[in-house]
Design a protein around this ligand. Structure first.
Ligand code: C2E
Ligand code: CA
Ligand code: CA
Length: 479
Protein backbone atom coordinates (compact mmCIF):
# COMPACT_ATOMS: atom_id res chain seq x y z
CA UNK A 1 0.00 0.00 0.00
CA UNK A 2 1.29 3.35 -0.92
CA UNK A 3 0.51 6.14 1.38
CA UNK A 4 0.57 9.42 -0.24
CA UNK A 5 0.89 12.42 1.92
CA UNK A 6 0.07 15.74 0.59
CA UNK A 7 2.62 18.51 1.07
CA UNK A 8 0.36 20.43 3.45
CA UNK A 9 -0.14 17.47 5.76
CA UNK A 10 3.61 16.84 5.72
CA UNK A 11 4.37 20.37 6.85
CA UNK A 12 1.67 20.24 9.47
CA UNK A 13 3.22 17.07 10.89
CA UNK A 14 6.68 18.65 10.83
CA UNK A 15 5.45 21.74 12.64
CA UNK A 16 3.78 19.61 15.31
CA UNK A 17 6.97 17.63 15.83
CA UNK A 18 9.09 20.78 16.15
CA UNK A 19 6.55 22.30 18.56
CA UNK A 20 6.60 19.18 20.67
CA UNK A 21 10.41 19.24 20.73
CA UNK A 22 10.45 22.91 21.73
CA UNK A 23 7.93 22.24 24.47
CA UNK A 24 10.02 19.38 25.78
CA UNK A 25 13.07 21.67 25.77
CA UNK A 26 11.21 24.45 27.55
CA UNK A 27 9.92 22.04 30.15
CA UNK A 28 13.40 20.63 30.62
CA UNK A 29 14.90 24.11 31.04
CA UNK A 30 12.18 24.98 33.52
CA UNK A 31 12.92 21.83 35.53
CA UNK A 32 16.62 22.61 35.45
CA UNK A 33 15.96 26.13 36.64
CA UNK A 34 13.71 24.86 39.42
CA UNK A 35 16.37 22.42 40.49
CA UNK A 36 19.02 25.17 40.54
CA UNK A 37 16.65 27.36 42.55
CA UNK A 38 16.18 24.45 44.93
CA UNK A 39 19.91 24.03 45.37
CA UNK A 40 20.32 27.75 45.90
CA UNK A 41 17.51 27.82 48.42
CA UNK A 42 18.96 24.88 50.26
CA UNK A 43 22.37 26.57 50.25
CA UNK A 44 20.85 29.79 51.58
CA UNK A 45 19.05 27.84 54.26
CA UNK A 46 22.26 26.11 55.21
CA UNK A 47 24.03 29.47 55.32
CA UNK A 48 21.32 30.90 57.52
CA UNK A 49 21.49 27.86 59.76
CA UNK A 50 25.28 28.24 59.86
CA UNK A 51 25.07 31.93 60.63
CA UNK A 52 22.53 31.44 63.36
CA UNK A 53 24.81 28.92 65.03
CA UNK A 54 28.17 30.44 64.11
CA UNK A 55 29.99 33.70 64.41
CA UNK A 56 30.28 35.33 60.99
CA UNK A 57 33.68 36.87 61.68
CA UNK A 58 35.67 33.92 62.99
CA UNK A 59 33.52 31.06 61.69
CA UNK A 60 33.48 29.58 65.20
CA UNK A 61 30.25 28.26 66.77
CA UNK A 62 28.42 31.02 68.64
CA UNK A 63 27.09 31.17 72.18
CA UNK A 64 23.77 29.61 71.22
CA UNK A 65 25.34 26.58 69.70
CA UNK A 66 27.84 26.33 72.56
CA UNK A 67 24.89 26.16 74.93
CA UNK A 68 23.13 23.50 72.87
CA UNK A 69 26.31 21.47 72.69
CA UNK A 70 26.86 21.87 76.42
CA UNK A 71 23.34 20.64 77.18
CA UNK A 72 23.92 17.51 75.14
CA UNK A 73 27.35 16.96 76.69
CA UNK A 74 25.81 17.41 80.15
CA UNK A 75 23.24 14.72 79.48
CA UNK A 76 25.94 12.40 78.23
CA UNK A 77 28.22 13.12 81.20
CA UNK A 78 25.35 12.52 83.60
CA UNK A 79 24.46 9.22 81.97
CA UNK A 80 28.04 8.03 81.77
CA UNK A 81 29.46 9.43 85.01
CA UNK A 82 31.68 11.64 82.87
CA UNK A 83 33.35 14.96 83.48
CA UNK A 84 33.01 18.39 81.87
CA UNK A 85 34.78 21.69 82.20
CA UNK A 86 33.62 25.04 80.84
CA UNK A 87 36.27 27.70 80.34
CA UNK A 88 35.27 31.25 79.51
CA UNK A 89 37.93 33.61 78.26
CA UNK A 90 37.44 37.36 78.44
CA UNK A 91 39.70 39.61 76.43
CA UNK A 92 40.87 42.69 78.29
CA UNK A 93 40.76 46.04 76.56
CA UNK A 94 39.21 45.00 73.24
CA UNK A 95 37.19 48.21 73.34
CA UNK A 96 40.41 50.18 73.70
CA UNK A 97 41.77 48.46 70.61
CA UNK A 98 38.52 49.35 68.83
CA UNK A 99 38.89 52.96 69.87
CA UNK A 100 42.56 53.30 69.06
CA UNK A 101 42.86 51.32 65.80
CA UNK A 102 39.30 51.02 64.54
CA UNK A 103 36.81 48.16 64.20
CA UNK A 104 38.41 46.65 61.15
CA UNK A 105 41.77 46.25 62.86
CA UNK A 106 40.06 44.83 65.94
CA UNK A 107 38.21 42.35 63.69
CA UNK A 108 41.47 41.24 62.11
CA UNK A 109 42.95 40.78 65.56
CA UNK A 110 39.99 38.63 66.57
CA UNK A 111 40.35 36.42 63.52
CA UNK A 112 44.03 35.80 64.27
CA UNK A 113 43.25 35.16 67.92
CA UNK A 114 40.46 32.71 67.04
CA UNK A 115 42.87 30.76 64.82
CA UNK A 116 45.47 30.65 67.57
CA UNK A 117 42.94 29.60 70.18
CA UNK A 118 41.72 26.84 67.87
CA UNK A 119 45.25 25.46 67.78
CA UNK A 120 45.70 25.75 71.55
CA UNK A 121 42.31 24.18 72.28
CA UNK A 122 42.81 21.26 69.90
CA UNK A 123 41.91 18.62 72.48
CA UNK A 124 38.70 20.43 73.42
CA UNK A 125 35.16 19.30 72.62
CA UNK A 126 34.26 22.72 71.34
CA UNK A 127 35.66 26.21 70.97
CA UNK A 128 33.11 28.95 70.46
CA UNK A 129 32.95 32.71 70.28
CA UNK A 130 30.55 33.44 73.10
CA UNK A 131 30.36 37.21 72.70
CA UNK A 132 32.20 40.24 71.39
CA UNK A 133 35.27 39.69 73.52
CA UNK A 134 34.44 36.29 74.97
CA UNK A 135 35.44 32.77 73.91
CA UNK A 136 34.06 29.58 75.42
CA UNK A 137 35.79 26.20 75.55
CA UNK A 138 34.17 22.92 76.49
CA UNK A 139 36.32 20.08 77.75
CA UNK A 140 35.03 16.58 78.33
CA UNK A 141 36.24 13.26 79.72
CA UNK A 142 39.94 13.02 80.55
CA UNK A 143 40.43 16.61 79.33
CA UNK A 144 38.03 17.84 81.99
CA UNK A 145 39.94 16.95 85.14
CA UNK A 146 40.79 19.91 87.35
CA UNK A 147 44.47 19.61 86.46
CA UNK A 148 43.80 19.39 82.71
CA UNK A 149 41.35 22.29 82.86
CA UNK A 150 43.92 24.40 84.74
CA UNK A 151 46.58 23.53 82.16
CA UNK A 152 44.20 24.48 79.34
CA UNK A 153 43.25 27.74 81.09
CA UNK A 154 46.92 28.65 81.37
CA UNK A 155 47.57 27.80 77.73
CA UNK A 156 44.63 29.96 76.66
CA UNK A 157 45.83 32.90 78.74
CA UNK A 158 49.31 32.55 77.25
CA UNK A 159 47.93 32.25 73.74
CA UNK A 160 45.83 35.38 74.13
CA UNK A 161 48.85 37.27 75.46
CA UNK A 162 50.96 36.65 72.33
CA UNK A 163 51.59 39.78 70.32
CA UNK A 164 49.75 40.04 67.03
CA UNK A 165 50.89 42.25 64.19
CA UNK A 166 48.11 44.47 62.87
CA UNK A 167 48.86 47.32 60.46
CA UNK A 168 52.52 47.21 61.38
CA UNK A 169 51.80 47.48 65.11
CA UNK A 170 52.34 44.78 67.70
CA UNK A 171 48.94 44.49 69.36
CA UNK A 172 49.08 43.01 72.85
CA UNK A 173 45.89 42.29 74.78
CA UNK A 174 45.60 40.19 77.90
CA UNK A 175 42.85 37.79 78.82
CA UNK A 176 41.29 36.30 81.92
CA UNK A 177 39.72 32.87 82.16
CA UNK A 178 37.02 31.50 84.46
CA UNK A 179 36.57 27.76 84.90
CA UNK A 180 33.65 25.68 86.18
CA UNK A 181 33.63 21.89 86.25
CA UNK A 182 31.06 19.10 86.29
CA UNK A 183 30.39 17.42 88.64
CA UNK A 184 30.34 20.02 91.39
CA UNK A 185 29.86 23.51 90.01
CA UNK A 186 26.12 23.72 89.46
CA UNK A 187 22.95 21.64 89.23
CA UNK A 188 22.55 21.92 85.45
CA UNK A 189 24.28 22.95 82.25
CA UNK A 190 23.15 26.57 82.39
CA UNK A 191 24.32 26.89 85.99
CA UNK A 192 27.71 25.52 84.95
CA UNK A 193 27.96 28.17 82.26
CA UNK A 194 26.81 30.91 84.63
CA UNK A 195 29.34 29.83 87.25
CA UNK A 196 32.16 29.83 84.72
CA UNK A 197 31.09 33.40 83.99
CA UNK A 198 31.17 34.35 87.68
CA UNK A 199 34.68 32.88 87.92
CA UNK A 200 35.66 34.79 84.77
CA UNK A 201 34.50 38.13 86.18
CA UNK A 202 36.41 37.33 89.32
CA UNK A 203 39.53 36.62 87.27
CA UNK A 204 39.07 39.88 85.35
CA UNK A 205 38.90 41.80 88.59
CA UNK A 206 41.42 39.95 90.71
CA UNK A 207 43.83 38.11 88.45
CA UNK A 208 43.90 39.67 84.99
CA UNK A 209 46.06 37.58 82.67
CA UNK A 210 45.27 34.64 84.87
CA UNK A 211 42.46 32.22 85.57
CA UNK A 212 40.08 31.40 88.38
CA UNK A 213 38.11 28.31 89.24
CA UNK A 214 34.56 28.81 90.39
CA UNK A 215 34.04 28.33 94.12
CA UNK A 216 30.80 28.19 96.08
CA UNK A 217 32.10 31.20 97.99
CA UNK A 218 31.90 33.28 94.79
CA UNK A 219 28.25 32.38 94.44
CA UNK A 220 27.53 33.50 97.99
CA UNK A 221 29.45 36.72 97.44
CA UNK A 222 27.52 37.40 94.27
CA UNK A 223 24.21 36.85 96.08
CA UNK A 224 25.37 39.22 98.85
CA UNK A 225 26.34 41.79 96.26
CA UNK A 226 22.96 41.54 94.57
CA UNK A 227 21.26 42.06 97.92
CA UNK A 228 23.51 45.02 98.63
CA UNK A 229 22.61 46.53 95.27
CA UNK A 230 18.91 45.90 95.84
CA UNK A 231 18.99 47.45 99.33
CA UNK A 232 21.14 50.36 98.21
CA UNK A 233 18.51 51.31 95.63
CA UNK A 234 16.11 51.82 98.50
CA UNK A 235 18.56 53.34 100.98
CA UNK A 236 18.06 56.92 99.83
CA UNK A 237 14.28 56.88 99.96
CA UNK A 238 14.39 55.03 103.29
CA UNK A 239 16.59 57.77 104.73
CA UNK A 240 19.31 55.27 105.63
CA UNK A 241 22.21 57.33 104.28
CA UNK A 242 23.93 59.94 106.41
CA UNK A 243 27.09 62.02 106.32
CA UNK A 244 29.66 62.01 109.07
CA UNK A 245 32.35 64.66 109.28
CA UNK A 246 36.04 64.25 110.03
CA UNK A 247 37.91 67.39 111.10
CA UNK A 248 40.98 68.54 109.19
CA UNK A 249 43.49 70.16 111.50
CA UNK A 250 46.17 72.78 110.87
CA UNK A 251 49.38 71.03 111.86
CA UNK A 252 50.95 74.11 113.42
CA UNK A 253 48.07 75.68 115.33
CA UNK A 254 45.82 72.67 116.00
CA UNK A 255 42.87 74.65 114.62
CA UNK A 256 40.08 72.96 112.69
CA UNK A 257 40.40 74.24 109.13
CA UNK A 258 37.83 72.02 107.45
CA UNK A 259 35.85 68.80 107.45
CA UNK A 260 35.72 65.84 105.13
CA UNK A 261 32.18 64.53 104.63
CA UNK A 262 32.11 60.71 104.60
CA UNK A 263 29.04 58.72 103.63
CA UNK A 264 27.51 56.30 106.14
CA UNK A 265 24.85 53.71 105.41
CA UNK A 266 22.82 52.29 108.27
CA UNK A 267 21.13 49.26 106.76
CA UNK A 268 18.34 47.42 108.65
CA UNK A 269 20.81 44.84 109.90
CA UNK A 270 23.73 47.15 110.65
CA UNK A 271 26.14 49.66 109.13
CA UNK A 272 27.71 48.99 105.72
CA UNK A 273 31.09 50.74 105.25
CA UNK A 274 31.45 53.09 102.25
CA UNK A 275 34.44 51.09 101.02
CA UNK A 276 31.89 48.38 100.34
CA UNK A 277 28.83 50.21 99.06
CA UNK A 278 30.44 53.02 97.04
CA UNK A 279 32.02 50.57 94.54
CA UNK A 280 28.66 48.76 94.23
CA UNK A 281 26.93 52.11 93.63
CA UNK A 282 29.53 52.89 90.97
CA UNK A 283 29.16 49.60 89.15
CA UNK A 284 25.37 49.59 89.36
CA UNK A 285 25.11 53.13 87.98
CA UNK A 286 23.74 54.59 91.22
CA UNK A 287 26.70 56.79 92.11
CA UNK A 288 25.27 59.80 90.26
CA UNK A 289 22.18 59.84 92.43
CA UNK A 290 24.02 59.07 95.67
CA UNK A 291 26.79 61.54 94.85
CA UNK A 292 24.26 64.26 94.20
CA UNK A 293 22.61 63.53 97.53
CA UNK A 294 26.03 63.74 99.27
CA UNK A 295 26.81 67.08 97.62
CA UNK A 296 23.44 68.53 98.53
CA UNK A 297 23.54 67.23 102.10
CA UNK A 298 27.09 68.50 102.72
CA UNK A 299 26.18 71.97 101.40
CA UNK A 300 22.96 72.04 103.42
CA UNK A 301 24.94 71.12 106.55
CA UNK A 302 27.64 73.74 105.95
CA UNK A 303 24.95 76.39 105.56
CA UNK A 304 23.17 75.19 108.71
CA UNK A 305 26.43 75.58 110.68
CA UNK A 306 26.77 79.08 109.26
CA UNK A 307 23.32 79.97 110.43
CA UNK A 308 24.18 78.61 113.88
CA UNK A 309 27.08 81.09 113.96
CA UNK A 310 29.87 78.52 113.75
CA UNK A 311 33.22 79.34 112.06
CA UNK A 312 32.88 79.09 108.26
CA UNK A 313 35.26 76.25 107.32
CA UNK A 314 35.20 74.37 104.03
CA UNK A 315 33.57 70.96 103.77
CA UNK A 316 35.23 68.42 101.48
CA UNK A 317 33.12 66.00 99.46
CA UNK A 318 34.49 62.89 97.72
CA UNK A 319 33.69 62.63 94.04
CA UNK A 320 33.80 59.28 92.35
CA UNK A 321 35.31 59.09 88.84
CA UNK A 322 31.88 58.35 87.33
CA UNK A 323 30.49 61.60 88.74
CA UNK A 324 33.46 63.37 87.35
CA UNK A 325 32.63 62.17 83.86
CA UNK A 326 29.21 63.82 83.94
CA UNK A 327 29.51 66.88 81.80
CA UNK A 328 26.88 68.73 83.82
CA UNK A 329 28.84 68.45 87.08
CA UNK A 330 29.88 72.11 87.15
CA UNK A 331 26.26 73.15 86.55
CA UNK A 332 25.04 70.79 89.28
CA UNK A 333 27.56 72.16 91.78
CA UNK A 334 26.61 75.68 90.80
CA UNK A 335 22.90 74.97 91.29
CA UNK A 336 23.39 73.31 94.66
CA UNK A 337 25.58 76.13 95.99
CA UNK A 338 22.91 78.55 94.89
CA UNK A 339 20.08 76.48 96.38
CA UNK A 340 21.70 76.67 99.83
CA UNK A 341 23.26 80.13 99.32
CA UNK A 342 26.65 78.72 100.21
CA UNK A 343 29.77 80.60 99.08
CA UNK A 344 31.69 78.42 96.61
CA UNK A 345 34.88 78.62 98.70
CA UNK A 346 33.18 76.61 101.41
CA UNK A 347 32.95 73.55 99.21
CA UNK A 348 35.96 71.41 98.42
CA UNK A 349 35.83 68.49 95.99
CA UNK A 350 38.18 65.53 96.42
CA UNK A 351 39.09 63.84 93.15
CA UNK A 352 41.32 60.86 92.54
CA UNK A 353 44.30 60.87 90.22
CA UNK A 354 42.64 58.26 88.04
CA UNK A 355 39.54 60.38 87.48
CA UNK A 356 41.59 63.39 86.48
CA UNK A 357 44.10 61.59 84.28
CA UNK A 358 41.55 59.47 82.39
CA UNK A 359 40.68 62.31 80.06
CA UNK A 360 43.00 65.18 80.97
CA UNK A 361 41.54 67.64 78.50
CA UNK A 362 37.96 67.15 79.74
CA UNK A 363 39.21 67.20 83.35
CA UNK A 364 41.00 70.47 82.74
CA UNK A 365 37.84 72.12 81.38
CA UNK A 366 35.74 70.90 84.28
CA UNK A 367 38.31 71.77 86.95
CA UNK A 368 38.78 75.21 85.46
CA UNK A 369 35.01 75.79 85.47
CA UNK A 370 34.81 74.72 89.11
CA UNK A 371 37.86 76.79 90.11
CA UNK A 372 36.46 79.82 88.34
CA UNK A 373 33.32 79.45 90.43
CA UNK A 374 35.58 79.48 93.53
CA UNK A 375 35.18 75.82 94.51
CA UNK A 376 38.27 74.28 96.14
CA UNK A 377 39.78 71.14 94.66
CA UNK A 378 42.09 68.47 96.05
CA UNK A 379 43.62 65.28 94.73
CA UNK A 380 42.71 62.40 97.04
CA UNK A 381 44.75 59.25 97.77
CA UNK A 382 47.73 60.92 96.14
CA UNK A 383 50.57 58.55 95.37
CA UNK A 384 48.40 55.45 94.84
CA UNK A 385 47.39 56.25 91.27
CA UNK A 386 49.14 57.42 88.22
CA UNK A 387 49.66 61.12 87.65
CA UNK A 388 51.40 62.87 84.87
CA UNK A 389 53.38 65.60 86.57
CA UNK A 390 53.22 67.73 83.45
CA UNK A 391 49.43 67.63 83.71
CA UNK A 392 49.29 67.96 87.46
CA UNK A 393 51.25 71.18 87.20
CA UNK A 394 48.56 72.64 84.96
CA UNK A 395 45.49 71.51 86.88
CA UNK A 396 43.99 74.26 89.01
CA UNK A 397 43.88 72.26 92.26
CA UNK A 398 44.48 73.56 95.78
CA UNK A 399 45.74 70.55 97.68
CA UNK A 400 47.22 67.06 97.56
CA UNK A 401 46.09 64.48 100.09
CA UNK A 402 48.74 61.91 101.01
CA UNK A 403 47.09 58.50 101.06
CA UNK A 404 46.67 56.78 104.39
CA UNK A 405 48.67 53.78 103.18
CA UNK A 406 51.86 55.88 103.24
CA UNK A 407 51.10 57.43 106.62
CA UNK A 408 50.40 54.20 108.53
CA UNK A 409 54.03 53.04 108.58
CA UNK A 410 55.63 56.43 108.12
CA UNK A 411 57.71 56.05 111.28
CA UNK A 412 58.87 52.49 110.63
CA UNK A 413 59.09 52.07 106.86
CA UNK A 414 61.78 54.27 105.26
CA UNK A 415 60.10 53.92 101.84
CA UNK A 416 56.78 55.26 103.10
CA UNK A 417 58.58 58.05 104.93
CA UNK A 418 60.45 58.96 101.74
CA UNK A 419 57.26 58.93 99.67
CA UNK A 420 55.39 61.13 102.15
CA UNK A 421 58.29 63.55 102.27
CA UNK A 422 58.50 63.63 98.49
CA UNK A 423 54.77 64.34 98.15
CA UNK A 424 54.99 67.20 100.65
CA UNK A 425 57.90 68.76 98.77
CA UNK A 426 56.28 68.15 95.39
CA UNK A 427 53.02 69.73 96.56
CA UNK A 428 54.82 72.79 97.89
CA UNK A 429 56.91 73.09 94.73
CA UNK A 430 53.65 73.22 92.78
CA UNK A 431 52.23 75.81 95.17
CA UNK A 432 49.72 73.37 96.69
CA UNK A 433 48.89 72.71 100.28
CA UNK A 434 49.40 69.14 101.53
CA UNK A 435 47.02 67.16 103.72
CA UNK A 436 47.87 63.85 105.40
CA UNK A 437 45.05 61.42 106.10
CA UNK A 438 44.97 58.56 108.56
CA UNK A 439 47.18 60.15 111.23
CA UNK A 440 46.76 58.00 114.32
CA UNK A 441 49.85 58.62 116.46
CA UNK A 442 51.90 61.48 117.87
CA UNK A 443 54.99 59.98 116.19
CA UNK A 444 53.36 60.18 112.76
CA UNK A 445 52.27 63.73 113.49
CA UNK A 446 55.79 64.69 114.57
CA UNK A 447 57.31 63.35 111.36
CA UNK A 448 54.75 65.12 109.19
CA UNK A 449 55.31 68.35 111.09
CA UNK A 450 59.08 68.13 110.62
CA UNK A 451 58.59 67.61 106.89
CA UNK A 452 56.35 70.66 106.64
CA UNK A 453 52.95 69.02 105.99
CA UNK A 454 50.20 71.66 106.30
CA UNK A 455 47.08 69.82 107.42
CA UNK A 456 46.32 66.49 109.07
CA UNK A 457 43.28 64.34 109.39
CA UNK A 458 42.99 61.16 111.45
CA UNK A 459 41.90 59.30 114.53
CA UNK A 460 44.63 61.00 116.59
CA UNK A 461 42.27 63.98 116.60
CA UNK A 462 38.92 62.54 115.69
CA UNK A 463 37.25 59.96 113.46
CA UNK A 464 34.37 61.05 111.24
CA UNK A 465 31.53 61.94 113.62
CA UNK A 466 27.81 62.74 113.24
CA UNK A 467 26.95 66.39 112.48
CA UNK A 468 26.02 67.32 116.06
CA UNK A 469 29.41 66.16 117.35
CA UNK A 470 31.18 67.85 114.46
CA UNK A 471 29.42 71.10 115.39
CA UNK A 472 30.69 70.70 118.96
CA UNK A 473 34.26 70.31 117.68
CA UNK A 474 33.84 73.32 115.43
CA UNK A 475 32.50 75.41 118.28
CA UNK A 476 35.68 74.69 120.25
CA UNK A 477 37.61 75.40 117.08
CA UNK A 478 40.85 73.61 117.92
CA UNK A 479 42.41 70.53 119.48
P1 C2E B 1 38.89 58.29 101.65
O1 C2E B 1 38.31 59.44 100.89
O2 C2E B 1 40.35 58.05 101.49
O3 C2E B 1 38.49 58.56 103.14
C1 C2E B 1 39.34 58.36 104.21
C2 C2E B 1 39.01 57.11 104.94
O4 C2E B 1 39.94 56.88 105.97
C3 C2E B 1 37.64 57.15 105.61
O5 C2E B 1 37.12 55.83 105.59
C4 C2E B 1 38.00 57.52 107.02
O6 C2E B 1 37.03 57.17 107.97
C5 C2E B 1 39.27 56.74 107.20
N1 C2E B 1 40.11 57.28 108.24
C6 C2E B 1 40.24 58.58 108.60
N2 C2E B 1 41.17 58.71 109.55
C7 C2E B 1 41.66 57.48 109.80
C8 C2E B 1 42.66 56.98 110.68
O7 C2E B 1 43.30 57.70 111.43
N3 C2E B 1 42.91 55.65 110.66
C9 C2E B 1 42.23 54.83 109.84
N4 C2E B 1 42.52 53.53 109.89
N5 C2E B 1 41.27 55.26 108.99
C10 C2E B 1 41.00 56.58 108.97
P2 C2E B 1 35.63 55.59 105.20
O8 C2E B 1 34.77 56.62 105.81
O9 C2E B 1 35.36 54.17 105.50
O10 C2E B 1 35.63 55.83 103.64
C11 C2E B 1 36.29 54.96 102.80
C12 C2E B 1 36.29 55.47 101.39
O11 C2E B 1 34.98 55.49 100.86
C13 C2E B 1 36.76 56.91 101.26
O12 C2E B 1 38.14 56.93 101.27
C14 C2E B 1 36.17 57.31 99.96
O13 C2E B 1 36.97 56.85 98.89
C15 C2E B 1 34.87 56.53 99.92
N6 C2E B 1 33.78 57.44 100.29
C16 C2E B 1 33.30 57.74 101.52
N7 C2E B 1 32.28 58.62 101.41
C17 C2E B 1 32.12 58.87 100.09
C18 C2E B 1 31.22 59.70 99.33
O14 C2E B 1 30.38 60.40 99.85
N8 C2E B 1 31.36 59.69 97.97
C19 C2E B 1 32.31 58.94 97.35
N9 C2E B 1 32.38 58.99 96.05
N10 C2E B 1 33.17 58.17 98.04
C20 C2E B 1 33.07 58.14 99.39
CA1 CA C 1 38.68 61.47 100.59
CA1 CA D 1 42.24 58.46 100.94
Amino acid sequence: MVVTVSASVFWALMAATVLAAVMVLVLFAERLRARTRDVERRRAEERIRFLSSHDALTGLPNRLSFREHLHKAWERAEAENGRLAVLLLDLDDLSKLNDSMGHEAADRFLVVLAERLAVSARGAELLARAGGDEFAILLAGGQATVAAAAAMALTLVETAALPCEIDGHDVLLGASVGVAVYPGDGPDADALLKNAEIAMYRAVRESPNGFRFFTARMDIELAERRRLEHDLRRALSKDELALHYQPQVDIRSGRIVGFEALARWQRDDGPVPPGRFIPVAEEAGMIGQIGEWVLREACRQARAWDKAGLPPVPVAVNLSPAQFQRNDLAQLVHDILREFELPAGRLELELTEGAVMEDPAAADRLLTALRTMGVRLSIDDFGTGYSSLARLKLFPVNALKIDRSFVTDITTDPNDAAIARAIIHLGHALGLSVVSEGVETEAQLAYLRTEGCDTVQGWLYSPAVPPEQAAELLRKGRF
